[in-house]
Design a protein around this ligand. Structure first.
Ligand code: APR
Length: 241
């Protein structure tokens, strides 16, 4: 840990990359943890897929209303706020996240690239008009203007990532001399390419994840024996002057 603390202190441009493992200690389930990830209970192909908007809209809506209620029940944990503090102090320069819970914003981070969109907004899939989150939560699923299907502002399987966000994440990764992955299985493309790109352009790569990932062979440091919250709190204590 001492070397990691030294690296964070001495790096000139540090980018953090987070996955669902960042929010499990807030209470939100991740997707692929053995026996408890969301995809062990629900089938992503049927629910988190753009085709579900046509072929399975009722279950699609139930699933995302459930996920929205879950997100509203929880809030960022101490580790999120450590990242917010580090950005303010200039120790990190931005967060590329696959998470849609908005917890990095809530914890005060400004430079947050949400590759997979966000649950903070909803829109009609047909006319693209913005919809009211609370009305969706209370069961409204059809657009009042065109009767189209209302959906969360997240990227579904089968959809493209938001180009502007993806491009910014590429730029930020190209500037990084330190790249820290927190809580991702790094199994979903193209998001999982960023750690590899960072490594290939010479950045130091730290992967903090309970389970092995397919990118571990690129990592300079792998932390498995601490949870993400424990890791962030411990490093923060080590960074204190
Ligand atoms: N501390 C350390 N590691 C953790 C913790 C924790 N507290 N909690 C979970 N993990 C690890 C799990 O072991 C797992 O390897 O975090 C990883 C989370 O991986 P996934 O559940 O696959 O989540 P993620 O990588 O973000 O998934 C990517 O897949 O379904 C899509 O769009 C969805 O953005 C998501 C994408």
């Amino acid at each position: 840990m001492k070397e990691i603390i030294k690296l964070i202190r001495s790096s000139s441009y540090t980018i953090v990359f987070t996955g669902a493992g960042m929010s499990t200690e807030s209470g939100l389930p991740d997707f692929r943890s053995k026996n408890r990830g969301l995809w062990t209970k629900f089938n992503p192909d049927e629910l988190a897929n753009v085709h579900a908007l046509d072929s399975n809209f009722e279950e699609f809506t139930e699933f995302y209303q459930y996920r929205l209620r879950e997100i509203d029940k929880y809030q960022p944990h101490e580790g999120h706020f450590v990242l917010g503090k580090w950005e303010k102090e200039g120790l990190i320069n931005g967060i590329i996240t696959q998470n849609v819970d908005g917890f990095h914003h809530d914890a005060g981070n400004q430079n947050v690239m949400e590759l997979h969109g966000t649950f903070r907004n909803f829109y009609c899939n047909q006319c693209k008009r913005e919809q009211v989150r609370e009305e969706y939560l209370n069961g409204k699923s059809q657009c009042e203007y065109c009767d189209g299907p209302i959906r969360p502002g997240i990227v579904l399987f089968g959809e493209m990532l938001p180009e502007d966000v993806f491009y910014k994440a590429e730029i930020e990764t190209s500037k990084a001399d330190l790249f820290i992955v927190l809580g991702s299985s790094l199994t979903v493309t193209p998001a999982n390419m960023f750690p590899m790109i960072a490594h290939e352009q010479g950045a130091k790569l730290i992967i903090v994840n309970r389970e092995a990932t397919p990118m571990d062979h690129y990592a300079d440091y792998i932390v498995r024996d601490k949870s993400i919250k424990e890791f962030l709190v411990e490093v923060d204590e080590g960074l204190a002057p």
